[in-house]
Design a protein around this ligand. Structure first.
Ligand SMILES: [Zn+2]
Length: 242
């Protein structure tokens, strides 16, 4: 048995889904640790629960008393870290702002990212999976390329580690999308417009290839849309919600 129901929910709300030790935002990548181990009689209670990220959880669990390295977390210390963090979340009304002067820098990066991906409708096109609905303008590929170019600039980064982690993931996924476009679509230009398309004739001549192309696009565009929304939501909370 482990933590269940209301205990899990109360703990996740109390920590704001941030690790109680390193304070990183974890989203779903979060574990609930028994402060006093169950084998030592620890209960599945809110009082005995501390939410941790994977790394900190491994750290807390890994300490080997036979080969002490570093300083072990004591039970009371874990409790105090947790209570301090719960207090901070409670008093922040959900806004955990990055401290320091990099807020302005991160706002600039945030606006730049939104501009590159959203202002020209690229994200809308990705979210509505325009790749599988017939020919699409070359401009879409260009916009993805321009975003990737921007990523080569050293200043195009978030100082905030949570946001930067999400930006890097999103960038990798857009690179994958670029590879899919090269693999699955071909020139379908008209006299007036440069376009790309999954060749329609594949549905008859190479049905497996056709279905794979559609599935690949559907899967990846869904993930990209979700990741983008997560980044925008977290960015708004971290950078603007004060
Ligand atoms: Zn942590």
């Amino acid at each position: 048995m482990g933590f269940r129901g209301k205990v899990v929910e109360d703990a996740l709300i109390s920590c704001g889904r941030h690790c109680s030790l390193c304070h990183k935002f974890c989203g779903t990548k979060m574990e609930l640790h028994h402060i006093k181990q169950r084998k030592d009689g620890g209960e599945d209670s809110f009082e005995n629960c501390i939410p941790l990220c994977f790394d900190c959880h491994a750290d807390v669990m890994q300490y080997n008393p036979d080969h002490p390295k570093g300083k072990k977390y004591t039970l009371s210390e874990l409790k105090r870290h947790r209570d301090n963090w719960y207090d901070k979340i409670k008093n922040s009304q959900g806004n955990i702002l990055p401290n320091g002067s990099y807020l302005d820098l991160d706002k600039k990066t945030f606006e730049r990212l939104q501009n590159l991906l959203d202002s020209k409708g690229l994200l809308f096109f990705i979210k509505s999976n325009g790749f599988i609905n017939g020919a699409f303008p070359d401009k879409i590929c260009e916009d993805i390329y321009i975003y990737q170019q921007e990523c080569f600039l050293p200043e195009f980064e978030f100082i905030d580690t949570d946001l930067e982690g999400m930006r890097v993931t999103l960038t990798e996924q857009l690179r994958e999308l670029d590879i899919l476009i090269q693999k699955h679509t071909f020139d379908a230009s008209t006299r007036t417009e440069s376009r790309q398309s999954i060749p329609k004739e594949w549905s008859i001549t190479e049905p497996e290839r056709y279905i794979k192309a559609i599935n690949d696009f559907e899967k990846l565009t869904f993930i990209i849309g979700k990741k983008y929304d997560e980044l925008i939501k977290l960015g708004r909370r971290k950078l603007y919600a004060n």
